[in-house]
Design a protein. Structure first.
Length: 351
C-alpha cells in the first residue's frame, strides 16, 4: 500500500480502527443535530404555510407562489412522512389484532356450542312422574362442528386447534358411547349378524369425523406426524364414503360396518382396526398399515392395496374381487374363504 493511499485514508479518518470508547459524545451529538434539523424543517414548513395562507387571504399570491408552495409541500412531506408510515403500521397492527380477536371469539362460540345441552321433560318411576332434565343438543353441536370447517377454510392456521378439539370430542364421546361387541372369531355368520344390527351412536360423532376428513391439509408424506389421531374411536356403521384421511392414526379404531367406499387412506395406520363387514370398495389404501386388522367379511372390491401391510390380518370371507394387491405384505394373513376373483397379486409378499 503506497503513502498516497495511506494519507487519503488518514485524511478521512480511516487509517486506524475506530475506538467507540474515545468517541462516546458522537451519539448525543448526532441526536442533537438530528433534532435541530428536523425541528428547523418543521418550523420552516409552518412558517411557509402561514405565509402562503396570509398571502391567499390578505393579498395576491406572488408569481413564484407555485414554486414556494412546491417547496413547502416537499418540506411538509419530509416532516410528515415518518408519522404517516408509523400511523399505517399502527393501523395495520390494530386491524390484525381485531381480526385475531374476532377469530378467537368465533372459536370460543363454536367450542361452547360443541357442549350445548337443552332442557327437556323426563319421567321417573313406575308412575312416570315428570321432571325437568337436560340432554345433549345434537342439532347445535352439529352446527358447531360445521362452523369449525368454515373457520379453517377462512384461516388454515386454525387447523391444528380444530384437529385437537374434534379428536378430543370424539374420544370423550367414545367413553360415553362405547362400541357394541362384535365377535372376532372365524364364525362369519355370527359376525355378519352382529354387523347388520349395528347403528351409529351419534350423528355429531359421524359429522366430526367427516369434517376432519374435509379440512384442508398438506399431503401426508412418510415420516410426518399422523393427524388426526383417531385411535380406538367408535365409528361403527358411520357413513365415511369418499373421506380423505391419508396418514391418519386409526389404530384400533372401531369401524365395523362402516362405509369407507372410495375413501383415501394412503399410508394410514389401521393396525388392529376393527373392520368386520366394513365397506372398503375402491378405497385407496396404498401403503396403509393393516397389521392384525379384523377384516372378516369386509367388502374390498377393487380396493387399491399396493404395498399395504396386511401381516396377520384376518380376511376370512372378505370380498377382494379385482383388488390391487401388488407388493402387499400378506405374511400370516388369514384368507380362508376370501374371494380373490380377478385380484392382482403380482409381486406380493408370501402368505
Amino acid at each position: 500500500m503506497d503513502r498516497k493511499e495511506i494519507s487519503v485514508r488518514g485524511w478521512f479518518g480511516l487509517a486506524e480502527k475506530f475506538d467507540w470508547h474515545k468517541a462516546r459524545a458522537i451519539g448525543p451529538l448526532i441526536t442533537v443535530a438530528g433534532t435541530l434539523i428536523v425541528g428547523g424543517l418543521f418550523i420552516l414548513a409552518i412558517a411557509a404555510a402561514f405565509k402562503l395562507l396570509g398571502m391567499a387571504v390578505f393579498g395576491e399570491v406572488p408569481q413564484d407562489g407555485f414554486a414556494k408552495f412546491g417547496l413547502t409541500g416537499i418540506i411538509v412531506a419530509m416532516i410528515g412522512a415518518p408519522f404517516v408510515v408509523w400511523r399505517s403500521v399502527v393501523a395495520q397492527r390494530q386491524v390484525g389484532l381485531a381480526d385475531q380477536a374476532l377469530t378467537n371469539d368465533k372459536m370460543d362460540k363454536a367450542v361452547a356450542d360443541l357442549h350445548a345441552q337443552r332442557q327437556v321433560t323426563l319421567y321417573k318411576g313406575y308412575k312416570k312422574v315428570p321432571f325437568n332434565g337436560w340432554e345433549d343438543d345434537i342439532t347445535r353441536r352439529n352446527g358447531a362442528i360445521d362452523r369449525f370447517l368454515g373457520l379453517v377454510e377462512e384461516n388454515n392456521s386454525l387447523r391444528p386447534r380444530v384437529d385437537r378439539m374434534l379428536t378430543v370430542y370424539l374420544r370423550e364421546l367414545t367413553r360415553e358411547f362405547p362400541a357394541d361387541e362384535v365377535p372376532d372369531g372365524a364364525d362369519l355368520e355370527a359376525i355378519r349378524t352382529a354387523v347388520e344390527g349395528l347403528t351409529r351412536k351419534r350423528s355429531d360423532m359421524e359429522n366430526a369425523v367427516q369434517v376432519l376428513s374435509r379440512l384442508p391439509r398438506p399431503k401426508w408424506v412418510k415420516g410426518a406426524e399422523r393427524l388426526p389421531d383417531l385411535q380406538k374411536i367408535n365409528m361403527q356403521a358411520f357413513n365415511l364414503a369418499n373421506l380423505t384421511l391419508q396418514g391418519a392414526h386409526l389404530s384400533g379404531a372401531e369401524l365395523q360396518g362402516a362405509n369407507l367406499s372410495w375413501a383415501k387412506l394412503q399410508g394410514a395406520d389401521l393396525s388392529r382396526a376393527q373392520l368386520q363387514g366394513a365397506h372398503l370398495s375402491w378405497a385407496q389404501l396404498q401403503g396403509a398399515h393393516l397389521r392384525g386388522a379384523q377384516l372378516q367379511g369386509a367388502h374390498l372390491r377393487g380396493a387399491e392395496l399396493q404395498g399395504a401391510h396386511l401381516s396377520g390380518a384376518k380376511l376370512q370371507g372378505a370380498h377382494l374381487i379385482r383388488a390391487q394387491l401388488q407388493g402387499a405384505h400378506l405374511i400370516r394373513a388369514q384368507l380362508q374363504g376370501a374371494d380373490l376373483s380377478g385380484a392382482e397379486l403380482q409381486g406380493e409378499h408370501p402368505i
